[in-house]
Design a protein around this ligand. Structure first.
Ligand code: WT7
Length: 651
C-alpha cells in the first residue's frame, strides 16, 4: 500500500481553477477565514442561512455530554418541510425535483409541488398505520421515486427511517429490522436490474417469517414496480397506491427538536454485527445542505445534478435526498445498472437531461475506463461542468481519465472524503478555490478540524503515515450506535479519548494536502462499500462444511478491493467435495446470508491458516498471498512453514 501511495504522491499534475469557474463559484476564501475565526459562529450562520427553523436556536453546540453532541438543540424544525413545502411556498412548485429514469426506459419528471403532495399523502397513510414520532420504519426499495417519498414521509412525522439496501439478503434485512424494532416495512414487489425484475417482497416475507421473524412489524406497504407476482398476507400487507389514494391530501408538518432522530443506517464494523449509525435532524440537515451547496457549487435554478448512489447507502441519504432537496435542486435518479441495456446508458442519461454535475465512485470510473473512451465519446456530455468522486481513493490515472473523457478537460473534480458516521462531506477541494491535485482529497472543509496522529495520539509530521482523526465535533456527526452506546464510545473514542478515530490511515504531503491510505481495521472497501471481514467469516463458518475461515480484502483493479476467503473444510468433508465445488457452494452461501455484494471473488480451500501464538489470524500475510506478493514478516507466527503450504495450495 505505501508503495502505491508514494507513487500517488509523486503525481505532479495540478489543475488551478479557471477564471470563469472561479467568477461564478458559490465558495469563496471567506468561508475558510470565517470558520477559522469562530467555528461555532460559522456553523450557526450556515444553519440560519440554509435551514428554515420553526423555533430559532440560541445554542449552537452542547458538548458537555461528549462524545454525544447536541447541535442547535433548542431550535425546532421539520426536515421534510425544509426539503419540500418551503420551496413550493417560495413559488418553486413547478421546478422539477426528480427526473426519474427507470431501467426499462420509462421516465417520470416529478416537480417539487408533486413530490410535496405525494409525501403528504404518504405521511397521512403512515400515520393511519400507527406511525408517530420516534417509531422506526424500515425501507427496502429499488432506486425509484417512492424510496425518496417514503424517507421524507417518515421524516415528516418525526419518525426514524432505516433504509436497507435492496441487495441485502432476508437474514441481513431481518437482523436490521429486529435491531431497530421497526413497526412498518416499506418495500416494492420488485425493481429492475440488469434487464430483469429482481423481487424484493419475497425477501421481506422471508425476513418476517423464517427463523422467528420480526414480531415488531405490524404492516408492510408495497409499491408496485416490477409487476412480478407476490404472495399476499391480507392482515399485514397493503399496496402503497391504495394506502396513498385513500389518505388525506393535506398534511401540516409539525416541528421537532433539532436533535430528533432522523435515521438509522447500518454499516459494517470490525465485528460480525453491523452498527446502526444514528443521525439526527438540525445538524445533519445543516451540514448536508452546506456541503451540497459549496462542494458541488449547486445553482438550483440551472443545474441538473446527478448522484449515482442508491438510497441504501449514506451517499444516497445525504446527496440524493437531504442535501439536494434542502437546496431545491433538480436531480436525476436512475434505477438500474450502468450497462443496461447498453454500455453507454449513463452517458445517454447525461445527454438526455443535460446533467451538469455528476457525483459517482472511482470503481464506476475504472470500469468505464476499461470499456474505452469511445463509449462516452459517442454522447454529448458538454453540459457537464463539475464532477465528484466518493467512496475510496481515486487513483490519478482514473482521475485524469474522468477529467478528460467525462468532464471535457475543464470541469473541476471534487474528491470527497467522508463516512456513514460523519453524515456529510468532511474533506474535499472547494471548486473555484482549490488548485486540484489528482489522488488527494486535499483539505478539510471550513468548520471541520482533522489531524493525523500516531498510536499515542501525537500528530505526525508531513509525509508521515498515521491515523486520521477528527478533533472537533461537527454538525452532521453520528449521535451514537442504535441500542449500543458503549460500542459507540469503544469504536470511535476510546482510542484517543478526545478525538474521533475514523479507522483510516492517512498522510499529509508538504502542502498539507491529505492522502487517504485505506482502512487500518478489519474493514474492506469493495466498490466503495464497506464490508467487514468478521461478518463474512461468520457467514462462512455458519456453513456445515466449514471448520475455519479467514477473509481479506485484496487489491483489485476495478473494485478497489475484492473479497478473498481462505477456508479450512471439516475433516469429514475434505474427501467428499472438490475444492472447486466447495468454493462455488460457499460463494453462493455468502451471497444468500449477507447479499450479493459480500460474495467472495475467490475462495481458496486450504489446510491451515497463519496464526500468531495468541491464536490471531495474520490477515496481513494472507493479503500478501492473495495479491501474489512476497510474504512479509512471519516471525510472530507459531509455525512460519504454514505459509509455504498455503502458497503452494493457492498458486
Ligand atoms: C470509508 C467510509 C462516504 C460515502 C461512501 C462510503 C472510504 C470514502 C473516500 C475518499 C478515500 C474514501 C474511507 C472511509 N472513503 N470516501 N474520497 N477517498 N477513501 O461510506 O461505507 O461509510 O465508508 O470509505 O475508508 O472510512 P462508508
Amino acid at each position: 500500500m505505501s508503495d502505491t501511495i508514494d507513487n500517488l504522491m509523486h503525481e505532479s499534475r495540478r489543475f488551478a481553477p479557471s477564471a470563469d469557474f472561479a467568477a461564478q463559484a458559490n465558495a469563496s476564501a471567506d468561508l475558510y477565514q470565517d470558520a477559522r475565526r469562530d467555528r461555532l459562529a460559522f456553523w450557526a450562520t450556515q444553519a440560519r442561512e440554509l435551514v428554515s427553523w420553526n423555533t430559532p436556536f440560541t445554542r449552537t453546540l452542547d458538548w458537555t455530554n461528549a462524545p454525544v453532541a447536541k447541535w442547535f438543540d433548542d431550535g425546532e424544525l421539520n426536515v421534510s418541510y425544509n426539503c419540500l413545502d418551503r420551496h413550493v411556498e417560495a413559488g418553486l412548485g413547478e421546478r422539477v425535483a426528480l427526473h426519474f429514469e427507470g431501467e426499462p426506459g420509462d421516465s417520470r419528471d416529478i416537480t417539487y409541488a408533486q413530490l410535496t403532495a405525494e409525501v403528504k399523502r404518504a405521511a397521512n397513510a403512515l400515520e393511519s398505520l400507527g406511525i408517530s414520532a420516534g417509531d422506526r420504519v424500515a425501507i427496502y426499495m429499488p432506486m425509484i421515486p417512492e424510496a425518496v417519498v417514503a424517507m421524507l414521509a417518515v421524516a415528516r412525522l418525526g419518525a426514524v427511517h432505516s433504509v436497507v439496501f435492496g441487495g441485502f439478503s432476508a437474514e441481513s434485512l431481518r437482523s436490521r429490522i429486529q435491531d431497530a424494532a421497526a413497526k412498518v416495512v416499506i418495500t416494492a414487489d420488485g425493481g429492475w436490474r440488469k434487464g430483469k425484475v429482481f423481487a424484493l417482497k419475497p425477501t421481506v416475507d422471508e425476513a418476517l417469517t423464517a427463523d422467528g421473524g420480526a414480531p415488531t412489524v405490524e404492516k408492510v406497504l408495497v409499491v408496485q414496480r416490477g409487476k412480478n407476482d407476490v404472495a399476499w398476507d391480507a392482515s399485514r400487507d397493503l399496496w402503497w397506491h391504495d394506502a396513498l389514494s385513500s389518505a388525506a391530501a393535506e398534511h401540516t408538518a409539525q416541528p421537532f427538536e433539532a436533535e430528533q432522530p432522523l435515521f438509522i443506517l447500518y454499516t459494517s464494523g470490525t465485528t460480525g454485527k453491523p452498527k446502526g449509525i444514528l443521525h439526527t435532524s438540525g445538524g445533519y440537515l445543516t451540514q448536508t445542505a452546506f456541503t451540497h451547496k459549496y462542494v458541488f457549487d449547486i445553482k438550483p435554478e440551472t443545474d441538473v445534478y446527478w448522484c449515482t448512489a442508491d438510497v441504501g447507502w449514506i451517499t444516497g441519504h445525504s446527496y440524493v435526498v437531504y442535501g439536494p432537496l434542502a437546496n431545491g435542486a433538480t436531480q436525476v435518479i436512475y434505477e438500474g445498472t450502468p450497462d443496461t441495456p447498453h454500455p453507454g446508458r449513463w452517458w445517454e442519461i447525461v445527454q438526455k437531461y443535460g446533467v451538469t454535475i455528476l457525483y459517482t465512485a472511482p470503481t464506476a470510473i475504472r470500469s468505464f475506463m476499461k470499456l474505452g473512451h469511445e463509449i462516452p465519446a459517442a454522447y454529448d456530455l458538454s453540459s457537464i461542468r463539475l464532477l465528484g468522486s466518493v467512496g475510496e481513493p481515486i487513483n490519478p490515472e482514473a482521475w485524469v481519465w474522468y477529467f478528460e473523457n467525462i468532464g471535457g478537460a475543464h470541469s473541476p473534480i471534487v474528491d470527497t472524503w467522508w463516512q456513514t458516521e460523519t453524515g456529510g462531506i468532511m474533506v474535499s477541494p472547494l471548486p473555484g478555490i482549490t488548485t486540484l491535485k489528482p489522488g488527494s482529497a486535499q483539505q478539510p472543509l471550513p468548520g471541520i478540524s482533522i489531524d493525523i496522529v500516531d498510536e499515542h495520539g501525537t500528530p505526525v509530521g508531513k509525509d508521515e503515515g498515521g491515523l486520521l482523526v477528527i478533533t472537533e465535533p461537527w454538525p452532521s456527526m453520528l449521535r451514537g450506535i442504535w441500542g449500543d452506546m458503549d460500542r459507540y464510545v469503544d469504536t470511535y473514542w476510546a482510542k484517543f479519548g478526545d478525538k474521533y478515530f475514523a479507522g483510516d490511515g492517512a498522510r499529509f504531503d508538504q502542502d498539507v494536502d491529505l492522502w487517504l491510505l485505506g482502512r487500518v481495521d478489519d474493514v474492506m472497501n469493495v466498490s466503495g462499500h464497506r464490508l467487514s471481514t468478521a461478518e463474512i467469516e461468520s457467514a462462512l463458518v455458519d456453513n456445515h462444511i466449514v471448520a475455519e475461515a479467514a477473509v481479506v480484502g485484496a487489491a483489485d483493479e476495478t473494485t478497489g478491493q475484492a473479497v478473498v476467503a481462505f477456508v479450512i473444510l471439516k475433516a469429514r468433508d475434505v474427501e467428499k467435495i472438490t475444492p472447486a465445488e466447495a468454493s462455488a457452494m460457499l460463494r453462493q452461501h455468502v451471497a444468500e446470508k449477507i447479499g450479493a455484494i459480500a460474495r467472495p471473488s475467490r475462495i481458496f480451500i486450504v489446510s491451515e491458516l497463519p496464526k500468531t501464538r495468541s491464536g490471531k489470524i495474520m490477515r496481513r500475510l494472507l493479503r500478501d498471498v492473495a495479491e501474489g506478493r512476497p510474504i512479509g514478516d512471519t516471525t510472530t507466527l507459531t509455525d512460519p512453514a504454514v505459509l509455504s503450504v498455503i502458497s503452494a495450495q493457492v498458486h
